[in-house]
Ligand binder design. Sequence first.
Ligand SMILES: Cc1cc2nc3c(=O)[nH]c(=O)nc-3n(C[C@H](O)[C@H](O)[C@H](O)COP(=O)(O)O)c2cc1C
Length: 175
Amino acid sequence: MARQAKTRGTASGAMSARGENGIPAARLLIVYHSQTGHTRTMARAVLRGARRVPEVETRMKMALYAGLDDLLQARGLLLGTPENFGYMSGALKNFLDRTYYPAQGKISGLPYAVFISAGNDGSGALRSIERIACGYPLKPVCEPIIARGELDEAMLQRCEELGETMASGVAWGIF
Ligand SMILES: Cc1cc2nc3c(=O)[nH]c(=O)nc-3n(C[C@H](O)[C@H](O)[C@H](O)COP(=O)(O)O)c2cc1C
């Protein structure tokens, strides 16, 4: 079961940027949840964009399988969620709940950005994340993306740009 969880949780990673000791110079973490696939498609586009920046190792994990270690190693964070009942998904909330206390004082001001898939709104999901991010605290560094309804090429391109922008910011330390 643990093995299955590991396989399912870690969708992919880019292992290109290594420092002198083989330790990645900079890491970007994408944490997302998706029930019917829209947010996953967005997350994959974000990952594609981030991978254009070879100086950064980008990891992508499903929220239920992401944990404190992932967070502590990250220099930037991307959170992806569907809007569910006017809020972020329970799975993403669970990730934030689990990591909140143990991360206190260790990730203060971590740069973050959000991407959301919604049927026709998305504002409640965004508000819920922004409110919690204030308390962590995380620092918003890019405009959030809200996709309403079906995804199109233009939206996926925006997601790629978000990933590339976040990775560039992490690589050059501009956040
Ligand atoms: C339980 C549930 C609650 C939802 N609540 C909302 C909502 O409050 N506002 C909204 O715009 N869409 C809502 N939706 C629609 C989803 O946000 C939308 O289908 C989204 O694309 C799903 O993303 P996913 O494919 O990554 O799971 C809801 C869907 C489900 C299943």
